[in-house]
Design a protein around this ligand. Sequence first.
Ligand code: 8YV
Length: 329
Amino acid sequence: MSSPAAAPAASPAGITGTNILQVGPVNPVVSAALVEEFGATRLPDDAPARQAHLDEHGDAVRVAVCSGRFGVDADLMARLPHLEAVISFGVGYDSTDVAQAERRGITVSNTPDVLNDCVADTALALYLDVLRRTSASDRYVRAGSWETEGNFPLTTRATGRTVGILGLGRIGQAIATRLEGFGCTIEYHNRHEVEGSPYRYRSSPQELASSVDVLIVAATGGPSTRGLVDATVLDALGPQGHLINISRGTVVDQEALVDALVNGRLAGAGLDVFADEPHVPQELLGLDQVVLLPHVASGTHETRADMAALVLENLRSYLATGTLTTPIR
Ligand code: 8YV
């Protein structure tokens, strides 16, 4: 005979059950804990069921747990009048309406630092792949072209390049450190010059792009960086230049990027993120000089476990003390 499920323990702040809302799919360890440890409810994905759920439970919700992909957007936040905290899985939180949260005194957390290494590793994987064409070479062998066509065309040296980092935060810094191992000269542009940084600061994305071989986008997503890499920046990078993006698709004007790649005004690109995921512009699929990844930068067993642990640590901390461990900053 199975034993009855234990009732979720009430927290000191009295937050439990329908006071905690899961928004969208989240990491399986997090969603299992939300149900088993906290008795949380999940917002249905289907629009009518979602409306009905919000009509019935919206008033009760005090904490929302979401992800960088499916956050608490403006409409949803407006339906949760007693929301106090948003706990988001991922370092990026551009899917949550932070401006409304600030106005209403709603506290928001993300999962910084634990993913720096894996995201930086992915940036380097794209860097090497785009310059040395490893994915394209692999396709060449698999297609039997080595036997029929002969040697693969020459590629571009990856060691000793000048590389621009757009956004020298924690992830940008981890990328720069790795590139130093490749003898690269690092330059950067950031909202503010980083005090004590050994790298040369450039005052705009365009100025940075015009002085480097490869531009790596590591800036935070959201309204303040939307379209930061536009046609002007891409043209400054030029026909010998390469672009890597491991941040958010919205930071780059995707239409301008596709146009520059298709028309040879940019040498190549390595992209882990897109403007409208999981949709990837059709024009990019046939371009051998472009490496396309399905937003996997933090996607290792180890890092996702660390991110899940940090989400749950934030939730437990909020329930016990009313404060988050890693509020956004
Ligand atoms: C996650 C990410 O895949 O942390 C981020 O900002 O983009 C990725 O690590 C994503 O947030 C999952 O929702």
